[in-house]
Design a binder for this molecule. Sequence first.
Ligand code: HSE
Length: 314
Amino acid sequence: MKRLSYIKVFAPATVANVASGFDVLGFALEKPGDTVELTVKPEKKVRVTGITGDSGMLPFDPEKNTAAVAVESFLHSMDWPFGIDIKLHKQMPLSSGLGSSAASSVAAVYGVNILAGEPLRITDLLPYTLQAEKAACGTAHGDNTAPSLLGGFVLIRSYNPPDVIKLPVPGGISCAVAHPNTEVNTGDARKILKKEVSLSKAISQWGNLAALVAALYKEDFDLLGRSLKDVIVEPVRSLLIPGFDAVKAAALEAGALGCSISGSGPSVFALCSTLNTAKAAGAAMQESFKQAGLDCDLYISRVNKRGPVVLEKR
Ligand code: HSE
């Protein structure tokens, strides 16, 4: 069989943490997302040869670019005798809380696995994306990369060894993400978190997280709404998001099941039982951010069950 020499892959943006699941829960969106083009080259080297949509902000250095880090660590572990040229097309804002660095590394490693003849199962690609996250922000968390790679809601029970569980996606469930035009660096947003939590807060948090998982299995939207609560991270990080309390109140008033910070922010997500409610919650959040003096982009999407998509290969 002729080997492929080129592939173009899309991987979706994600909402990580989902309120109570800091670093262990996330879900994928239909849009936005990133696209990468990978071309096999005879020289055993990974190069970033083009980046669009980043306003010149992303590094070409293969040790710093998340797509290149993921591809490099994959090729290294496979001892593959070729190199790869990467073109990256950013189709979402950077430092937005939408898993931008994760979508790039997922699209890249998903593509290179296909170019290499699919030696690995999709779940086995996760460690390469964790390497990329570590290069991007200092810690190897996978609550963005795992749902971007697998689609749907994904729970990370353990990082070492990786133990990743795909959860059910109740019919109709949709999301509005409001991205105010300000940036929050993930590394900085992690440094401000307290390293210890009180037992009473931990009890509240794991009660909510367990109930959230149960709600997805039971397709119980009332329980899901009651469970979308974060008593540990949101109270600290929301201080970085102007108007957060009013934005959240506006989403809930418009019918959202729950509302919290997407990833490390500044985006705010509202999970809703229907696409129409997500549209209403999104408009309410946008208006509320406007009153706080911030323009915002709005992404309305069903929860994406598929993960990456191959757009072209030859
Ligand atoms: N779980 C991560 C965090 C996601 O909240 O810092 C952001 O990449």
